[in-house]
Structures are given as structure tokens and as C-alpha cells.
Design a protein around this ligand. Structure first.
Ligand code: CAA
Length: 308
């Protein structure tokens, strides 16, 4: 694994922008989000190492990335098949896999974590990586609902720690939420903004508050739809059609829940409802709890609100 040097860029305007140029990215977690981030980073010219403890997951992720890129190439390079092949080869050459995070981060500029939504597991991971990663390496979490400040607390690089929250499917969704904690340095924040731009994404920022912008608004909306269905106010099919045709949303709340994963949604809501037990917006849903208890997590398990 090559080591990369620390580059500082200065903008030409009076408000000088300093940021670390991200050449090599380590993405921890070979699930849907990690693989999606890896795909976008590799196809925008970054060297990417995708890390997971399970080699089979990594192999599946690489296969998925290649399949997705082939689809992109077919459409984008329809008239130039040779250029398309070159793009595909280059992007795939940018992707490597590893089950050893400790050795990979020794040569990386940025670590993006996209593992299970469990604070202790994330803290343990980052605490360990902090000891072996070079001083300039920036750490970022793709957490959907946990506090970046809490995750960062297991490291000694609070100034080089932030949030980079992507959306599913990562290659299609154009947004990244970039989160600075009260300890994140301006240079780190600018580096994360610049990296998001390099990925071709539009970024927004908000404070390190639960759910950031999107999930804080999206989850209560989805849960309200589930409560309408529980009360029998409307069928899930009609609620989905209503929000698609009445609001122009690409998916209705039940389709989107199945797509995001009911387990993920429940995890987020459980955290918020424990922290705000008196807020009806975060109240438990019997239907959601039952589906999750039955292992019906949505599209990924073949059944959620709908069957697949
Ligand atoms: N990877 C890469 N590309 C994909 C893809 C994937 N997994 N899924 C779809 N695409 C591409 C397709 O190739 C297609 O590309 P072109 O437009 O170039 O042809 C395009 O996306 C549209 O796909 P489809 O025609 O297959 O299907 P669609 O039009 O029904 O769109 C969708 C599918 C993009 C998922 C759309 O339904 C959608 O935008 N849904 C809402 C998704 C959403 O809200 N995501 C955010 C969830 S919240 C979250 O992620 C945060 C969290 O922390 C929980």
C-alpha cells in the first residue's frame, strides 16, 4: 500500500481555503452504502480501499460496483464504447479490498465509516484506527442518526473528525450532508466539502443534531404514514400512490421504508424515542416493531411492507 503525502491547497481569494487533497479513501463497511460510496469515489478518480471483516461481502460489493458501472457505461458511452471500456477499467483499477483496516489506513487520506449503527462498535473501530492512521488522515462517519461528537470521542483527532452522510442509492442521490462538530477544524470541514464536490455531489451542512437535516424530516414523515395505516385511515398502497402522484415523490413512504430497510428505520426511531420519551413524533409503531421482529426488513430480505 502506497503512502500519500499531505497536501494543503490555498485558494486565491482573500478567504483562503485550506484543505487536504483526498487521493486515497478507505471505506469501512461493504454493505449498500459503503459499496455505493466506493463506486462514486472510484469513478471520480480516487484510489479506494473497501474494508469489511467479511471477504464474501467484499467480493459481492465489487461485483455490484462493476455491474452498476457497466450500466452507467452502456448509457453514458453508448456512442463511444472504447472510451466507455477505458472508463470502466480505470474505475475498477481504483478499487481494492481488504479485511485489515489497520494496515490500509496507514496510507490513507480519508476514512469513511459505513458500518452498523451502533455507537460502541463505531467508537471501538475509530479508537483503534486513530492509533495507526497518519496524523493528517481525516475520519468521517456516514451515520444516519448517531452523534458525530459521540463517535469521535474515542479518538484523539477531534479536529480531524466530521460527518459525511450519503443517501441510498449513493450513485444516484446527489446530496451529501457534511457535518462539523464544535471541535472539527475549518480545514477538515473544507476538505470534506471539497471531497463531496470532487464526487460530483451537492453538499449541505448542518449542526451535529439527531438525523441532521434529511433524516430528521424524513423519518417522522414516514412514521406518520405508518400511523395513518395503523389507524386504517388509508391503505399503504393508496398512501404511496398519494405521495407519489400528489407530491411528485419518486417513492411513497412504504416503498421508501422497504428500500431504506425497516431495521435501519427502527434503529433510528428507537434511539430518538429513548432520548425523547414524551415526544409523540418518535412514539413506537406496533406494525414496524412486528415486521422487524419477524425479520421482514424490506427489499433486502424479500419482504417488508411489501413482498419482493
Ligand atoms: N445504483 C446505481 N444506479 C442506480 C441504482 C443503484 N442501486 N438504482 C437505480 N439506479 C439508476 C438507474 O440506473 C437509472 O439511471 P438512468 O436514469 O441513468 O437510467 C436511475 O437510477 C433510475 O433508476 P430506475 O429507472 O431503475 O428506477 P427509478 O426511476 O424507479 O429510480 C430510485 C429508482 C433512484 C431509487 C428512485 O425511486 C428514488 O429516487 N427513490 C427515492 C430514494 C431516496 O429517497 N433515497 C434516500 C433514502 S434516505 C437515506 O438514504 C438516508 C438514510 O440514512 C436512511
Amino acid at each position: 500500500m502506497a503512502f500519500f503525502t499531505h497536501h494543503i491547497c490555498r485558494g486565491l481569494s482573500s478567504s483562503a481555503v485550506r484543505h487536504v487533497v483526498i487521493k486515497h479513501v478507505t471505506i469501512i463497511g461493504g454493505g449498500q452504502m459503503g459499496a455505493g460510496i466506493a463506486q462514486v469515489a472510484a469513478s471520480t478518480g480516487h484510489a479506494v480501499t473497501l474494508v469489511d471483516t467479511n471477504e464474501d461481502i467484499l467480493k459481492k460489493a465489487v461485483k455490484g460496483i462493476e455491474g452498476n458501472l457497466k450500466r452507467v457505461v452502456k448509457k453514458k458511452f453508448a456512442d463511444k464504447p472504447e472510451a466507455g471500456e477505458e472508463f470502466l477499467q480505470k474505475a475498477m483499477q481504483n478499487v481494492s479490498i481488504s479485511t485489515d483496516a489497520g494496515s490500509v489506513v496507514q496510507g490513507t487520506d480519508l476514512v469513511v465509516e459505513a458500518i452498523v449503527e451502533n455507537l460502541k462498535v463505531k467508537q471501538d473501530l475509530f479508537g483503534g484506527l486513530d492509533k495507526v492512521a497518519p496524523a493528517h488522515t481525516i475520519f468521517a462517519s456516514n451515520t444516519s442518526s448517531l452523534s458525530i461528537t459521540d463517535i469521535a470521542s474515542s479518538t484523539s483527532r477531534l479536529d480531524r473528525f466530521g460527518g459525511l452522510h450519503f443517501f441510498n442509492p449513493v450513485p444516484v442521490m446527489r446530496l451529501v450532508e457534511v457535518i462539523a462538530t464544535s471541535s472539527t477544524s475549518q480545514e477538515t470541514f473544507d476538505s470534506l466539502l471539497n471531497f463531496s464536490k470532487m464526487l460530483g455531489k451537492t453538499s449541505v451542512s448542518c449542526k451535529d443534531t439527531p438525523g441532521f437535516i434529511v433524516n430528521r424530516l424524513l423519518l417522522p414523515y414516514i412514521l406518520d404514514a405508518v400511523r395513518m395505516y395503523e389507524r386504517g385511515d388509508g391503505s399503504k398502497e393508496d398512501i404511496d400512490i398519494a405521495m407519489k402522484l400528489g407530491c411528485g415523490y419518486p417513492m411513497g413512504p412504504f416503498e421508501l421504508s422497504d428500500y431504506v430497510g425497516l431495521d435501519t428505520m427502527k434503529f433510528i426511531m428507537d434511539g430518538w424515542s429513548a432520548a425523547n420519551p414524551d415526544n409523540p413524533m418518535f412514539a413506537q409503531s406496533e406494525v414496524l416493531n412486528k415486521l422487524v421482529a419477524e425479520g421482514k426488513f424490506g427489499k433486502k430480505t424479500g419482504e417488508g411492507f411489501y413482498k419482493y
